[in-house]
Design a protein around this ligand. Structure first.
Ligand code: AMP
Ligand code: GLY
Length: 419
């Protein structure tokens, strides 16, 4: 099969690595890809948001199956457009991608179908929102409705902070259209857990759990980032907890989407908080997490491409996935300054030596191959160093051994991933 993978981060390098290994894959393109992906696929210079460009490329290159990595093209309707063009694709339609594209949509769905989540109200008017904040008190959470590149959530410790967040979104329009409507919700307390399930509209196949580390610096200090590392399985995961999440969150979401006439196909990535009243949904995402994907896929011991095609075809009920017994840890290396401004173009050396640590794979995120073969940093999150180990401690130790071999003075990482 001729496959087109959309995206160019660490998540897509992990997807490219797994898809290229499939006996079903004869040709793999990636748009736009990166220096690491270029070793698995032919990279084509089309950005993931260029829906027209991607559809045209797929048509002109006789693509049989498209795998979409990031959320933006899903929310923009890439899968709808490909389907209309007769090209099979993995990922939700735009209507089903509203599970990530609109926080208010998901909250209303949870309310209607009794899916456990924080108490909330939706607002488009700042005065009404601030009045609600004043009555509820702090801590309280203010969220932009739409996609805001991970910056649209304010967990406010005081009423004033929450009201400032309301103003930033509704009065000042700081988040553009994504913040023209907001959700104000109860602040939940407890450890967070990410749960991934592969869905075909009717059947959900649980994949795995993960814990991610969102803050930039050790001890969960510094600004929020896209994710500085992850571990899978989540240290608190048990078969009972996973069954409960499937029964209380994943299956009801799938049933609800079917009942609403917008069945969900693709990866359902539920962000949960394990509270005193049980697992509560913080948010749904409609794609693999990054860097969680780099952590999960090396643990999978079945053919990923077969599973993605079964999800698109609606035949997941016939599929069983096998997993390795090992745990996995991913440490992200980011450019100094990330998630603020950072320099591009610094050379990264000794990547091969790092990849030789047993059980280790160095996934590329924001990298570029220069004409002379040098790999340079070309983004905020630059590498996702993943290691498998007999347990989390061994996986962590291997991942950091690999990190320590990488010669990149302009990069940094957290030293406490999976601790
Ligand atoms: P993001 O991935 O940018 O949407 O970040 C959301 C983060 O904000 C979550 O990972 C939580 O840590 C936090 N958060 C979101 N909603 C709540 C909530 N209702 N209560 C407490 N923390 C929350
Ligand atoms: N690492 C979190 C995410 O991909 O949303």
């Amino acid at each position: 099969m001729r496959i087109l993978l959309v995206g160019g981060g660490g998540r897509e390098h992990a997807l490219a690595w797994a898809i290229a290994a499939s006996p079903l894959c004869t040709t793999l393109y990636c748009a736009p890809g990166n220096a690491g992906i270029a070793k698995e696929a032919t990279c084509v210079p089309i950005v993931a948001e260029d829906v027209d460009g991607l559809v045209t490329f797929a048509q002109e290159n006789a693509i049989d199956f498209v795998v979409v990595g990031p959320e933006a093209p899903l929310v923009a309707g890439l899968v709808d457009r490909l389907t209309a063009a007769g090209i099979k694709a993995f990922g939700p339609t735009a209507a089903a991608a509203a599970l990530e594209g609109s926080k208010g949509f998901t909250k209303d769905l949870c309310a209607k179908y009794d899916i456990p989540t924080a108490r909330y109200r939706r607002f488009t008017d700042a005065t009404e929102a601030k009045a609600y904040v004043a009555i509820e008190g702090a801590p309280i959470v203010v969220k932009a409705d739409g996609l805001a590149a991970g910056k649209g959530v304010v967990v406010a410790q005081t009423v004033e902070e929450a009201q400032d967040a309301v103003d930033a979104m509704l009065t000042e329009g700081g988040f553009g259209a994504a913040g023209a409507s907001i959700v104000v919700e109860e602040c939940l307390v407890g450890p967070e857990l990410s749960f991934f399930a592969l869905c075909d509209g009717e059947t959900a196949l649980p994949l795995a759990t993960a814990r991610d580390h969102k803050r930039a610096f050790d001890n969960d200090e510094g600004p929020n980032t896209g994710g500085m590392g992850a571990v899978s399985p989540h240290p608190l995961a048990t078969p009972e907890l996973e069954a409960r999440i499937m029964a209380e969150v994943v299956q009801p979401t799938l049933k609800a989407m079917e009942a609403e006439g917008t069945p969900f196909r693709g990866i359902l990535f539920a962000g949960l908080m394990l509270t005193e009243r049980g697992p509560q949904l913080i948010e749904h995402n409609v794609r693999f997490g990054d860097p969680e994907c780099e952590t999960l896929l090396p643990r999978l011991n079945s053919d990923l491409l077969t599973a993605l095609i079964a999800a698109a075809d609606g035949t997941l009920r016939h599929l069983t996935l096998r997993w390795r017994p090992e745990a996995a840890v991913t440490v992200v290396m980011a450019a100094n300054g990330y998630p603020g401004s950072y320099r591009k173009g610094s050379p990264i050396r000794a990547l091969e030596a790092a990849g030789q640590v047993p059980g280790t794979i160095v996934f590329h995120a924001g990298t570029r191959a220069e004409a002379d073969g040098t790999v340079t940093a070309h983004g905020g999150r630059v590498l996702a160093v993943t290691a498998l180990g007999a347990d989390i401690a061994e996986a962590r130790s291997r991942a950091y051994q690999a990190v320590d071999r990488i010669d990149w003075p302009e990069g940094f990482c957290r030293r406490d991933i999976a601790v």
